[in-house]
Design a binder for this molecule. Structure first.
Ligand SMILES: [Fe+2]
Length: 249
């Protein structure tokens, strides 16, 4: 494990999506989590400045609120795309299962299956922090709208797989909910209004579509992002909700 790893958070202004650059400075091996197409030049610049080599592109889930930069980064660098095996990301070369480890240099990310926002959501644990995608947000959680989402599964993922991490674990969400950039598990356990003091039934009754976007834009994003954000390669792939529906039966 390198002594001073690189950690950068990028906020995509138009969508409010967060992307993350992590790297082992000893070997220069880097990972991008949830890159956004429009910010790809920023990522390249940050990697150049830090003399890094992109080894993996990681998607927490199939995004519906922005276009992914995964495919463009893969084509530009050769770095394989990794995502949950149920994420519906067709171009992912590495389809992850719960508990799998992704190594980069002397570092590693651990995949934690956290379905509910979508059927294939994964969170990733790295050192003292967890990348929660849209499963856990700061003071909130992602939408759980059927057919892609499932509120009961989202509650189970939050309470069994994320809230059980140590209190001091930093929460690095996939989407901004205000001005804050980072939280921690202990704070979310105490203060997150979606979760604090809520039973499973109360959570299901109260969960709202926090990240709802215009349906048309959303469908375009889902179709394009199934191809890693490659608009040229995008084609109708069958609705992702088919996957979710099959999953939840
Ligand atoms: Fe999302």
């Amino acid at each position: 494990m390198g002594i001073h790893p690189v950690f950068r958070q990028f906020l995509h202004a138009d969508s409010g999506a967060f992307a993350y650059l992590l790297a082992d400075t000893v070997t220069g091996a880097a990972v991008l989590v949830d890159p956004v197409l429009g910010d790809v030049p920023l990522y390249h610049r940050a990697m150049r400045e830090n003399r890094l080599r992109l080894e993996r592109v990681v998607e927490t889930h199939l995004h519906d609120d922005h276009v992914s930069g995964a495919w463009v980064l893969h084509v530009g660098t050769g770095a394989p795309i990794a995502a949950g095996s149920r994420a519906g990301i067709e171009v992912a070369q590495h389809r992850l299962e719960d508990g799998e480890t992704l190594a980069f240099g002397g570092e590693s990310l651990q995949a934690i299956s956290t379905p509910g926002h979508t059927a294939g959501c994964m969170s990733f644990l790295w050192r003292d922090r967890v990348f929660t995608g849209d499963t856990m947000l700061i003071g909130g959680c992602g939408s759980a709208e059927p057919p892609q989402g499932h509120a009961g599964r989202l509650f189970d993922s939050l309470t069994r797989h994320l809230m059980t991490l140590p209190d001091e674990t930093l929460v690095c969400p996939g989407h901004a909910t205000g001005r804050r950039r980072v939280s921690c598990i202990g704070e979310e356990r105490l203060l997150n209004p979606c979760l604090a003091g809520k039973s499973r039934d109360e959570f299901i009754a109260g969960v709202r579509a926090a990240l709802r976007v215009a349906p048309v834009a959303r469908d375009i994003h889902l179709t394009v992002n199934a191809r890693g954000g490659d608009p040229e390669g995008a084609r109708p792939v069958g609705p992702p909700h088919e996957l979710a529906r099959a999953d939840y039966h």
